[in-house]
Every structure is written in C-alpha cells, then in structure tokens.
Design a binder for this molecule. Sequence first.
Ligand SMILES: Cc1cc2nc3c(=O)[nH]c(=O)nc-3n(C[C@H](O)[C@H](O)[C@H](O)COP(=O)(O)O)c2cc1C
Length: 190
Amino acid sequence: MEPFYIPIILGSVRRGRQSPKVARFLAERMRRTGRIEAEILDLAEYNFPIMEERLHHRDDPPPGVREFAAKLARAHAIVIVTPEYNNGYPGVLKNALDYFYPEYKRKPVGIATVSSGDFGGIRCLAQLRLVMFNLGAVPIPAAFPVPRVQDNFDDEGNPREPLFEKSAASFLGELLWFTEAVTAQKARER
Ligand SMILES: Cc1cc2nc3c(=O)[nH]c(=O)nc-3n(C[C@H](O)[C@H](O)[C@H](O)COP(=O)(O)O)c2cc1C
C-alpha cells in the first residue's frame, strides 16, 4: 500500500524558536510507522506576505503559495505544530492557513501545541480546531501538547521524557485511523 502523504505545517517563525524540535520529532516518528511520507512545511521558509486574497481568487499569488497549495492538495491528512502565543495561535499561521480552502476538504488534521509553560499550549488548541472546522477539515480528537519545550526536548528533537514517545504513538495512531477512514471513503466515491 502507498504511504499516506502527511505534511507538517510548522507555525513558528520566532527568532530562537523551539517548535521545530517538536516538528522534527513528529516527522521522524511518522516516518518510523512505515506508513507515512512526512515533510515539514516551514512557514519561516515560505515567508508568505499578508494575505490579500485567497489563492483560488487570485491569478498572481505570491511566491511559494501555489507550491504550498499543491502539497496540501496532495495530502491525505495534515499535522500542524503551533506554539501558543497569548492564549492563541500565531498570526503567521492564520495568515498562511487563510490562503487556502478547497485543499483542506475533509482532511484529518492533527494538532501539536508547544509552550514554554506548564499547559502545553492547550488554550490555542481549541481555537485552532475551530479554524480548521471552518476550513472544511476534520480536526481529530487526539492532540499532542508539549509543555516546557525548552526542557522536554533536546536540540535534535529527542524527547527527554519517555512520556512523549507514548503520547506521540497514541496521537499518530489516532491520526492514522482517521486518515485511513477518510481515504477509504474518498476512494469509494471515485
Ligand atoms: C508573543 C508570545 C506570546 C506568548 N504567549 C504564550 C502563552 O499565551 N502561553 C504560553 O504557554 N506560552 C506563551 N509564549 C511562550 C511560548 O510558549 C514559547 O515561545 C515556546 O517556546 C513555543 O514557541 P516557539 O516556537 O516560539 O519557541 C509566548 C511567546 C511569545 C513570543
């Protein structure tokens, strides 16, 4: 069976950012399942300008937007790794998400939230799920919250607590369940 293509949108562009550690960790664990082709889509590299209009209403999109759209369109599911800023998600993430719409249709979305505090970014989780609902995606019930990221992950993206291996396995297991179910239904409709 072909692996599922699941890109990871990395929603932090902050100087000295910690969230890439979590994105790298998840990408590696996704690959290790042997069932997922994972790729990190780093918003710092795409550097999209402020969204003036959605891609499907524009014939002059900024550089990188069409390429990003093609990756979302090809995706069987999507993972978002986002830091929590002021109880919400970063503006750069919302700006990027707003460029697209048809690309998300009925795609399972797994959300990993990252914070330097004790709560693991769960206050932005609920808000981001609502955004993804509105975009026509299917946010999954499981999540991957990472508190005190600066202590809990080393620079290579290895967790210092075994707990994260367990919760990543459970999070990715749920994501695969929904990805399989949605992909099978889409195949039946073809
Ligand atoms: C503008 C800003 C607002 C923040 N607000 C919160 C917050 O509401 N809750 C929280 O737990 N951490 C907050 N933080 C700290 C982040 O959790 C911290 O930056 C963490 O390392 C994860 O994000 P990173 O990828 O930016 O490193 C904030 C950080 C910034 C820069």
